[in-house]
Design a protein. Structure first.
Ligand SMILES: [Zn+2]
Length: 166
C-alpha cells in the first residue's frame, strides 16, 4: 500500500534512473517455474507494475510464436486479460519477460530490436536447468542491466531469501 507522498522504494536504492525496488522473489520464482513448464520452448509473459513502476506480478502467458523454440509472441488474448487484471488492481503493464531455455539471460539482437517501449522492464530467464532472472532497460537499442534483478534459481519456491538485501 502506498500512502502520502513518500515514494522511497524498499531497500533504498538510488540509481537516479527510477529503478524499481527489485524483482520480488515470488515474481522471479513464477518466471522460473513458467520457464520450466514451457521448456524446451521459450516461455513468455507480461509484468504488472504499480504506480512507482515497481514490478508486482508476473503474468505467465502462452507463447504463440510459430517458432517457439527460439522466439516468442505473447498470446494476444492473454495480453488483454493481463491488462484488465492490472487495471482492476490499479496497476499497469510495465514490462515483459521471456526465457532462453538453452542460453544465457541476456537480450538477443531480436530481443533488442523488439524492445519498443523505453519505460518497460525487460526480464529474461535462462538457461535451464538453473536459470538466472535478469532485468534490463532497453532504450533505442542500448541495453542496461538493472542490477537489482538477479535471482538464483537454486532457491526453492517458498524459501525465505534472508540476507539477500545489501
Ligand atoms: Zn530472447
Amino acid at each position: 500500500m502506498s500512502s502520502g507522498t513518500s515514494a522511497s522504494p524498499p531497500g533504498g536504492r538510488s540509481g537516479g534512473v527510477g529503478l524499481p525496488a527489485g524483482l520480488p522473489d515470488d515474481v522471479g520464482a513464477a518466471i522460473i517455474q513458467h520457464t520450466r513448464y514451457c521448456a524446451p520452448d521459450e516461455a513468455c509473459g507480461l509484468l504488472g507494475v504499480d504506480g512507482d513502476g515497481s514490478v508486482v506480478i508476473a503474468y505467465c502467458l502462452p507463447n504463440v510464436h510459430s517458432q517457439r523454440r527460439r522466439r516468442f509472441t505473447v498470446d494476444p488474448a492473454g495480453h488483454y486479460r493481463a491488462m484488465r487484471h492490472a487495471e482492476a488492481h490499479g496497476w499497469s503493464i510495465g514490462g515483459s519477460f521471456h526465457s532462453h531455455p538453452g542460453g544465457p539471460a541476456i537480450p538477443s539482437p531480436t530481443d533488442i530490436a523488439g524492445a519498443f517501449d523505453p519505460t518497460w522492464w525487460y526480464v529474461i530467464a535462462g538457461p535451464l536447468p538453473r536459470p538466472e532472472v535478469r532485468v534490463y532497460r532497453i532504450v533505442a537499442g542500448v541495453v542496461t542491466e538493472v542490477p537489482t534483478g538477479v535471482i538464483a534459481a537454486a532457491r526453492r519456491p517458498g524459501a525465505v531469501m534472508a540476507g539477500s538485501t545489501p
